[in-house]
Design a protein around this ligand. Structure first.
Ligand code: ACO
Length: 334
């Protein structure tokens, strides 16, 4: 069984409640229909019931009859959710009227649903920018204990099996933090190691990437990567990590031997940690498009409950797979 099949099987065995706030979006409805048919999750759609049912008929999506549909604008839960929001944001001075207003937005309603224990995870972003999906999650779900920064990892399934772990590599952060500090970069590496073990089910070999290998160039942005590597080594001494490494030194054995002799990671990395969001986001999209890799994610790591953000260029299949991944995260966080 390949990794995605095994993730789907896990999801089937432990039905989790996954909320999809973008029910006006055609790919999302099609993915919801498939997820129900395959038994990957109990699906909750947010939006106007009549509109969703009409659209489901037009698209012949028969399985959607089994979805729970909740309209954030008329839900009986609004009062209770608004009270919870005011409580959670009292330091920010949120009023009840403001909370009621925010609840009209399905992206806020869904996160508060999860916070209140009425759903286990969320998938959104087919129709909304990353920031709009993440902000409610940051404000109401918050980070796991001991984590200060949420980041986004991708499972990259490469056609060329010589790289990573039989063609599987994990890239991070490709989605959230424009310019992490050295401490934040270290946290991203540690969180990605956890995702690699939990979801990809492999032992991480982490390369902290830069345009320099072992002092070949000097610059403050290189220093940040060196410092982050040192922080990870001090915090998690058992983790296999090296840096700073250039991308070729990290993944090509012959280059690794030359540029970083003696490194146990150079030439063998299966996890690539990028120094900033420019490099991480550009890298995953180039590998996806030029090398035809199957890029699954971003899988958000570090949130206290799983909320995952799609790229707006996603396919129906991307959404189905992310629903299964979110269900797996929900199980492992319980
Ligand atoms: N982890 C945890 N919490 C965070 C993080 C983080 N990485 N970043 C911000 N927060 C929290 C803040 O602490 C704050 O909490 P508070 O309101 O309780 O005090 C809240 O989130 C809002 O913080 P701001 O600093 O106001 O953050 P802002 O809303 O300006 O930005 C955002 C956050 C939207 C995630 C921003 O960092 C961003 O736009 N990142 C880039 C996203 C993106 O466009 N990615 C590329 C596309 S993704 C793709 O291609 C798949």
């Amino acid at each position: 069984m390949n990794l995605i099949e095994s993730i789907k099987q896990n999801a089937k065995n432990n039905s989790q409640r996954i909320v999809l706030p973008e029910s006006h979006e055609e790919r999302t409805l099609k993915a919801a229909d498939i997820a129900i048919k395959e038994g990957l999750a109990s699906i909750i759609l947010l939006g106007e019931k009549d509109r969703i049912i009409k659209k489901a008929h037009e698209l012949s999506l028969k399985n959607l009859e089994q979805a729970v549909i909740i309209d954030p604008k008329t839900s009986d839960q609004r009062e209770e959710y608004a009270r919870l929001m005011v409580e959670l944001r009292k330091s920010k001075g949120l009023t009840k009227d403001e909370a009621m207003n925010l609840l009209n937005d399905p992206l806020y309603f869904s996160t508060v649903m999860i916070k209140n224990g009425d759903a286990d995870g969320e998938v959104a972003g087919a129709d909304n920018a990353t920031g709009d999906v993440l902000r409610p999650a940051f404000q109401y779900i918050k980070t796991m204990p001991g984590i200060s920064v949420v980041s986004g990892a991708f499972l990259m399934f490469l056609k060329d099996k010589e790289f990573g772990e039989n063609g599987l590599m994990i890239f991070a952060d490709c989605a959230v933090n424009p310019n992490p500090t050295d401490k934040e970069l270290a946290e991203i590496a540690i969180a990605t190691a956890k995702t690699t073990r939990a979801l990809a089910q492999i032992e991480p070999r982490i390369a902290m990437l830069s345009f320099s290998t072992k002092g070949s160039a000097k610059h403050e942005v290189v220093d940040k990567v060196v410092k982050a590597t040192e922080i990870v080594r001090n915090t998690e001494p058992a983790l296999k990590i090296d840096g700073e490494l250039q991308a070729d030194a990290a993944i090509i054995e012959s280059v690794g031997v030359k540029k970083a002799p003696g490194s146990e990671i150079a030439g063998k990395a299966n996890v690539l940690i990028f120094p900033d969001l420019n490099s991480g986001n550009i890298a995953y999209k180039l590998v996806q498009r030029l090398a035809h890799a199957n890029a699954i994610g971003p899988i958000l790591q570090g949130l206290a409950a799983p909320i995952n953000d799609l790229s707006r260029g996603c396919s129906v299949n991307d959404i189905v797979e992310l629903i299964a991944i979110t269900a797996n995260q929900a199980m492992s966080q319980k």
